[in-house]
Design a protein around this ligand. Structure first.
Ligand code: CU
Length: 187
């Protein structure tokens, strides 16, 4: 009986640790998803991310799209990127479409941004319809680096320990007062 309970407890502890580890990985691996819709838009069209973030474009409709960088609208030190690539540049990507670079319904394209700066991109078949977007890569982007988050539980813990210590001291005083305090009157 006791053994079963202990095993169950250990299993619960192990499961909790595994869940915590999985949550930690999800936080560490930064990702931003941008939808491509049949309304011929990137949603959101403008996104700000931290360096190292993987941006995933997902075609949530049925019309094919591309994700193609504007050669003149990315930082000089950054590599040209485009779905269906690698290509030498924007012209090569345009010429290859739609044999290469088409992202069909339900498909995705992803690119990891390391260089800081602004990256303008467009959809080859829908550029004239205004299907363009911007990714801004900066140290302030993303939500992964909240330095204030761990300090809140730590200070809460400190306050908790202090409170428990204070309460224990008071209880101890009350205990001794009740136990020995009354003796003075009986003498
Ligand atoms: Cu498009």
């Amino acid at each position: 009986m006791g053994g079963t309970t202990r095993r169950g407890f250990l299993r619960a502890m192990t499961g909790g640790a595994a869940a915590s580890a999985a949550a930690g990985e999800a936080v560490a691996q930064e990702q931003q998803t941008i939808d491509m819709t049949d309304a011929l838009v990137y949603e959101p069209a403008e996104a700000t991310v931290a360096p190292g973030t993987t941006v995933v474009w997902e075609n949530v409709g049925t019309v094919g799209h591309s994700v193609t960088a504007y050669e003149d609208e990315i930082p000089e030190e950054a590599e040209f990127f485009a779905s269906g690539g690698p290509f030498d540049g924007e012209d090569a990507a345009r010429q290859a479409y739609p044999d290469q670079g088409d992202i069909g319904g339900g498909e995705t394209y992803e690119y990891t941004f390391e260089t800081e700066g602004e990256f303008g991109y467009f959809c080859i078949p829908h550029e004239s319809a205004g299907m363009v977007g911007t990714i801004t890569v900066g140290a302030g982007g993303g939500e992964g680096d909240g330095a204030a988050v761990p300090s809140i539980p730590n200070s809460a813990k400190t306050i908790g320990v202090a409170t428990v210590s204070a309460m224990a001291s008071v209880l101890l005083l009350v205990y001794f007062f009740l136990k020995y305090g009354g003796d003075y009157g009986l003498d």
